[in-house]
Unconditional design. Structure first.
Length: 140
């Protein structure tokens, strides 16, 4: 794992939350994006070398809506930048971790992503991210 790519924060509403984080971080949201396969809308902010990702559900049955119903708005996941997502997935499975998806999926911000089950990571949802433009990337 190279570095923390971003911290994901579950929010009910981007329109309300974006201005809060723009004031908090003293920077503008540089990108919003829908990830239809995950039923989410995302908003990104740069802070130093890392990013903050706000994640809102596009429907009441979405994974983020269910998360907020259970735990409320707040920290949702930590994403780590990796050079070769498939190799990192294989390494983590060999170490006994459980992946939430068997193959990398296209995520927001031009990334291939995979999540680890939080039961094996002390309750923290971990996301692996690989830039799709990386030479080793397998575009889906």
């Amino acid at each position: 794992m190279n570095k923390i790519d971003h911290i994901g924060i579950a929010v009910k509403n981007l329109e309300t939350s974006i201005p809060i984080f723009e004031k908090l971080l003293n920077t503008a949201c540089y990108k919003t994006e829908e990830v239809a396969s995950e039923n989410v809308l995302t908003a990104f902010f740069k802070t130093g070398e890392s990013k903050i990702e706000l994640v809102a559900s596009t429907n009441a049955d979405g994974v983020i809506a269910k998360y907020i119903d259970k735990k409320g708005e707040g920290m949702h996941h930590i994403a780590f930048d990796v050079t070769d997502i498939q190799a990192e997935m294989n390494r983590l499975v060999a170490e006994g971790f459980t992946l939430l998806n068997d193959t990398p999926k296209k995520g927001a911000d031009n990334k291939l992503v995979c999540f680890l089950h939080p039961k094996g990571t002390n309750g923290v949802l971990i996301e692996l991210c690989q830039n799709i433009h990386h030479p080793d990337a397998h575009v889906l």
